[in-house]
Write a protein of this length. Structure first.
Length: 477
């Protein structure tokens, strides 16, 4: 199918062509017509499927088709993190570059004056995190009386982050007559509750399943003693194919320490975690996207929803505590069907979690062994002053990783009461489920693409940057 068959505004088609998109992704094929005719929509799709364009393109088309009747915001997009807000804004600006609408972003951690001004001037589109928006709404800076379209993006993440009370308050003050679109990677009871609460007779489109990592991502596990993880990562990074590498750690202090250690090996790094200011985070993302730094070391929360095309490798330096986090982490590569590698370091302490993960994703991770690397465990240094960082190019030997601290599980959320209209809801009517493009992995291990040699990223087309983005497969199946 081509974009031109989707009844999108001609200016948007021009912008899509500029972006180099040749055909709509499966979620776009399914969602765009439903949104254009005015249905509320539940989109179950992981990030990387093209879901932002799936709601942005039809909403911009609708804005262009019907000029505003009154002053005030017409579209409100709520998203869980500042990074995601900025990325959605970038997407909307790209797709709407030939249209005259005005837009602002609202999120915490930065000064509020510009945001207040933007809200007061009644911009057509606001993309916001719930906390700051609610704060400014409480002080009557916003005008949502003419709001027509509400988007709840990454709704599951917003619930995980405890935004439900803020979202409820925000939605309560919006006009009841509106079109509401909800996107989530999961279809849980909580999400179902949200759809009952905020939507009217929604249609459901579902792309893939939460427990399926992208099929274009090859997953490897390296069994390594904890004391050798930094050295192993530095060793793997000698491969120039690892040109855009997102490294996950569990704790923010480990992110800074690992970045320093990698830099001492001559690897350019930036970090993304919650102790960094908004400007530092944006700069880190910018430097990573543009290739100024090769490695971005991030914690799970800070990296949620980050939209960076062309990540060649995701490295689970610290094995994820929860299998869902693994799927989210490795979803950062293989975006938009690009090919990517996910590498997990597995220490003896991680074996239990590795087994749960393999059950969760329904396949075993292929074990790899780095050629020429000395895996001999080094004794842990448990007391005394911190060691000096080694100089550039020096061998990484005795400094062990610090003992890992465990993250707390998020508190259990009580199940919400069922809505009386339950039987009307698409989630309970098998016939209203969209047929869906569901990239189920065929059999366990079916998506593994064996590669020759021992290099972790031996066949990432596009080669090291500059050289551009990795090869993109067709969306068609
Ligand atoms: P998202 O799921 O919205 O985070 O999208 C992931 C990435 O897919 C975006 O950064 C876009 O660059 C890209 N993308 C979205 N739609 C298309 C398309 N139809 N063709 C190619 N790339 C796309």
């Amino acid at each position: 199918m081509s974009f031109s068959a989707l009844n999108l505004d001609a200016n948007i088609l021009r912008a899509i062509a500029d972006a180099g998109y040749t055909e709509p992704t499966p979620i776009q094929v399914q969602a765009i017509p439903q949104i254009l005719v005015g249905h509320d929509l539940i989109g179950i799709a992981q990030t990387g499927t093209g879901k932002t364009a799936a709601f942005t393109l039809p909403l911009l088309t609708k804005l262009a088709a019907t000029p505003a009747q009154r002053h005030g915001t017409r579209v409100l997009v709520l998203a869980p993190t500042r990074e995601l807000v900025v990325q959605i804004e970038e997407n909307i600006r790209a797709y709407g570059k030939y249209l005259p609408f005005k837009m602002a972003t609202v999120f915490g951690g930065v000064g509020e004056n510009a945001q207040i001004k933007a809200l007061q001037s009644g911009l057509e589109i606001i993309v916001a995190t719930p906390g700051r928006l609610l704060d400014l709404m409480g002080r009557r800076y916003s005008d949502f009386t003419g709001l027509q379209y509400l988007v709840l993006d990454e709704a599951d993440r917003m619930l995980d982050m405890g935004f439900l009370p803020s979202i409820r308050q925000i939605v309560r003050s919006l006009p009841k007559q509106r079109q509401t679109l909800l996107f989530s990677a999961t279809l849980s009871r909580e999400i179902e509750g949200l759809t009952h609460e905020f939507q009217h007779a929604p249609k459901l489109v579902q792309i893939g399943r939460r427990s399926n990592p992208a099929e274009t991502v090859t997953q490897w596990a390296y069994e390594v003693p904890r004391s050798r993880k930094v050295a192993l990562l530095a060793h793997l990074l000698e491969d120039p194919n690892m040109n855009m590498v997102l490294v996950f750690v569990r704790m923010k202090h480990s992110a800074d320490r690992l970045a320093r250690q990698l830099e001492s090996h001559g690897v350019t790094c930036a970090t993304l975690h919650s102790n960094r200011s908004q400007n530092q985070r944006l700069r880190a993302l910018r430097d990573f996207k543009s290739g100024v730094v090769r490695v971005l070391v991030a914690t799970d929360i800070a990296a949620r929803g980050i939209d960076v095309d062309g990540i060649s490798h995701v490295v689970n330096f610290d094995f994820p505590m929860h299998s869902e986090d693994y799927v989210h982490r490795i979803g950062r590569t293989g975006r938009a069907q690009a090919i990517g590698d996910a590498i997990s370091f597995v220490t003896p302490e991680d074996h239990g979690e590795l087994r749960s993960l393999e059950r969760f994703i329904g396949r075993g991770l292929v074990r790899k062994h780095a050629e020429g690397f000395d895996y001999t465990d080094r004794p842990e240094v448990r007391s005394g002053p911190p060691q000096q960082e080694r100089g550039r190019g020096q061998q990484q030997h005795s400094r062990p990783a610090q003992p890992q601290q465990r993250q707390q599980k998020p508190p259990h959320r009580p199940q919400r009461a069922q809505n009386a209209q339950r039987s009307q809801h698409p989630l309970h009517r098998a016939d209203s489920w969209q047929s869906g493009f569901a990239p189920e992995p065929g059999s366990p291990g079916s998506s593994q693409r064996p590669r020759s040699g021992n290099r972790p990223g031996g066949n990432v087309p596009g080669g090291p940057r500059p050289g551009g983005r990795p090869f993109r497969r067709s969306w068609g199946r």
